[in-house]
Design a protein around this ligand. Structure first.
Ligand code: TXA
Ligand code: MG
Length: 326
């Protein structure tokens, strides 16, 4: 387990207090952190990411008691979910406390909150003793970072400090559940599954209608490599590769099935059969395949079951192209 040195912790807290950005590891992905109570600092997050101002941030908390500082009219269900899943990869959307700066919530009356389950994030939050606003530490629309090196490559110039906590355990962003309406809604699937949340709630959860772009993770194209990426059914994978080779194109493949072709124009990245392992590796693999700068990335389709839902969702966004474009 990576433990942050007292020295680095002091530097990180000082940077946050000065309104600077600090990238830090969580169990899901690396976050780009700023003092959530400092509007100038929070604006720096949007500038560094190139993120539109109306896309709200998640505020990370040191402990459950802090929930009262950032949210109001907190329903009993929220306390139940907190007791069951925090610290952990679940974000709750609640009515925001009145003092929360608009810049944090993209002008909305609600706020996203979570307590991350990572020793470094926990130590940082407790030492800072406040809320840290932190989106994933990547440029807007791109792949979330699961290694400190990813943050360095993409945002190194914009941050005061990157705390290296090694690879993120989960590898995909937190599950997001909206508790501001009559019925809880799953806005973003993640490691905490829909059925696990529904079990605590004692009621089924509505799936998001995807009619709103309140959550950037809900834009159709997100978490995307620059290389054109396609999802292909298992049976269709080999024919699809052969068709691309006939067009003289080079193909990077991410597949659970074993490499089925030997060709210098094909790079084959074997993927895990287990959904948790697959999720853990996914973003690092997508970055590696993207860095090859081949003509296409082909990803073997994954099941649509509850266990694979978060992976399925991220792959769909990585492979999204606007209608009419290839
Ligand atoms: O695992 C995670 O959640 C990571 C780590 C760093 O904690 N953070 C993360 O942040 O993924 P970000 O900004 O990349 O994604 C946060 C999502 C966005 O889709 C955002 O719009 C949504 O949470 N969100 C935040 N506040 C919201 C609100 N009030 N209403 C609806 N969606 C909200
Ligand atoms: Mg993000």
């Amino acid at each position: 387990m990576t433990i942050i040195s007292p020295n680095e912790l002091v530097r990180a807290v000082a940077a946050l207090r000065e309104g600077q950005l600090v990238a830090f590891p969580t169990e899901t992905v690396y976050g780009l952190g700023a003092d959530a109570a400092n509007e100038t600092a929070v604006r720096r997050i949007f500038a560094a990411k190139g993120r539109p101002a109306d896309h709200p941030l998640i505020v990370h908390l040191p402990d459950v008691a802090a929930l009262n500082d950032w949210a109001r009219n907190i329903p009993p269900l929220a306390w139940q979910l907190a007791a069951r899943f925090w610290p952990g990869p679940l974000t709750m959307i609640l009515p925001k406390a009145l003092h929360v700066p608009d810049v944090v919530t993209g002008g909305q009356q609600s706020i996203g909150l979570r307590i991350p389950d990572h020793p470094v994030a926990g130590a940082l939050l407790r030492a800072f003793n406040g809320g840290i606003a932190a989106p994933s530490a990547n440029r807007f629309g791109r792949i979330s970072p699961t290694l400190a090196e990813h943050v360095q490559a993409e945002l190194g110039d914009a941050v005061a400090l990157i705390i290296d906590g090694g690879p993120c355990r989960v590898g995909l962003e937190s599950s997001i559940v909206d508790l501001t309406g009559e019925q809880p809604v799953l806005l973003r699937p993640g490691h905490v599954s829909a059925s696990q949340i529904a079990e605590v709630l004692g009621m089924p959860m509505a799936q998001s209608q995807r009619s709103t772009t309140r959550a950037p993770g809900m834009l159709a194209s997100h978490y995307a490599p620059l290389t054109t990426t396609r999802i292909v059914d298992s049976d269709a994978l080999l024919p699809a590769i052969e068709a691309l080779l006939r067009q003289e194109l080079r193909v990077a493949v991410l597949a659970r099935q074993a490499a089925a072709i030997e060709d210098p124009r094909v790079f084959w990245q074997p993927a895990a059969h287990d959904p948790e392992r697959y999720a853990h590796d996914l973003y690092a693999y997508l970055r590696q395949l993207d860095a090859l700068q081949y003509d296409r990335i082909l990803v073997e389709a994954v099941p649509e079951s509850d266990a694979w839902l978060a992976v399925y969702d991220r792959l769909r966004r990585a492979a999204y192209t606007a209608p009419g474009h290839d």
